[in-house]
Ligand binder design. Structure first.
Ligand SMILES: [Zn+2]
Length: 119
């Protein structure tokens, strides 16, 4: 019995790429690349370089990027691995605009909350 693996990292994968059935290169935070073959047998892969355990989260379609935040709470765009080149190839302008939109949304969702951080 193998010890249960706990993911160290998460990677987003485009559902479209999984359906197409082509090998999908997953880039780890360390720069190592793990190639996965659909259909996905497992959702946990291990980076051969840094031994991080990466959990794959398959998103429907071809999303390009998803919004996330870094540890400081600053919004950032996370590329969805396996997305089409057109979706991933956005200009700095588009990227800045997308981030601006997220920032606005973050602010709006904070407005109207009555605090309660210490609950
Ligand atoms: Zn790695």
């Amino acid at each position: 019995m193998v010890a249960k693996l706990k993911p160290d990292l998460f990677a987003f994968v485009a559902g479209m790429a999984v359906e197409r059935g082509d090998p999908i290169p997953i880039t780890c935070n360390c720069g190592g690349v793990i190639t996965i073959m659909p259909p996905l047998q497992e959702v946990l892969v291990v980076c051969a370089r840094c031994e991080s355990c990466i959990k794959l989260l398959v998103l429907e379609g071809d999303p390009g990027y998803v919004m996330g935040s870094d540890p400081n709470g600053e919004p950032r765009l996370i590329p969805v691995q396996g997305s089409s080149r057109e979706k991933l190839d956005i200009s700095d302008e588009q990227r800045a605009k997308a981030l601006e939109d997220v920032r606005k949304r973050f602010k709006d969702s904070k407005k109207g909350s009555t605090g309660g951080v210490n609950e």
